[in-house]
Design a protein around this ligand. Structure first.
Ligand code: ZN
Length: 170
């Protein structure tokens, strides 16, 4: 999943099929996720965010709320590709159900590239209904972006959606 971003695909709009979407990531989860990505260097790291999807009225139609990060081992041990351990992926699904949650986003890192989907990310995309979070590192600067992958008659593309870092409620 090396990133040679074709930014011409990126539009920056949060509207997907006429819907306004956002992803809320509590700061504690963001920090643990970044720690994990550092731990697994020099390889790409990844996992899923477990949480709930809230559908509401304007101005935001759908909010993906992350409750926790579930790390998944990269069975390729690669710094440019990520493939999640299938057994751990099943465990993540079962774990989310126990709490009445679902997988609300995938996460993977680009240890030596920016936080935008690579052409391979688009080619290998398999879920167009949830956001995909990418943690990129260029010149020691870490950035995190959220996207929806889009499949249409013109091909594969992506749209950025707002990523809101929040403090825990209560
Ligand atoms: Zn990638």
């Amino acid at each position: 999943m090396e990133s040679k971003s074709d930014r011409s695909d990126e539009c920056g709009s949060s509207m997907i099929d006429g819907h306004i979407l956002q992803l809320i990531l509590p700061n504690a989860i963001r920090l643990s996720l970044l720690d994990y990505m550092r731990e697994v260097l020099p390889y790409e790291g990844g996992g899923v965010l477990l949480g709930k999807v809230h559908r509401g009225g304007p101005p935001v139609d759908t909010t993906f709320c992350a409750h926790r990060f579930f790390a998944l081992s990269n069975i390729l041990y690669s710094s440019t590709r990520f493939l999640a351990d299938p057994k751990q992926t099943v465990a993540a699904v079962l774990c989310s159900r126990q709490e009445g949650e679902t997988i609300i986003a995938t996460v993977h890192s680009h240890p030596n590239a920016d936080a935008f989907p690579s052409p391979r990310d688009l080619q290998e995309a398999f879920d167009y209904a949830i956001p995909h979070l990418i943690v990129g590192t260029v010149n020691s600067k870490i950035t995190t972006n959220a996207f929806f992958y889009i499949k249409n008659p013109l091909g594969l593309s992506f749209r950025a959606i707002p990523l809101v870092f929040s403090n825990p409620i209560g």
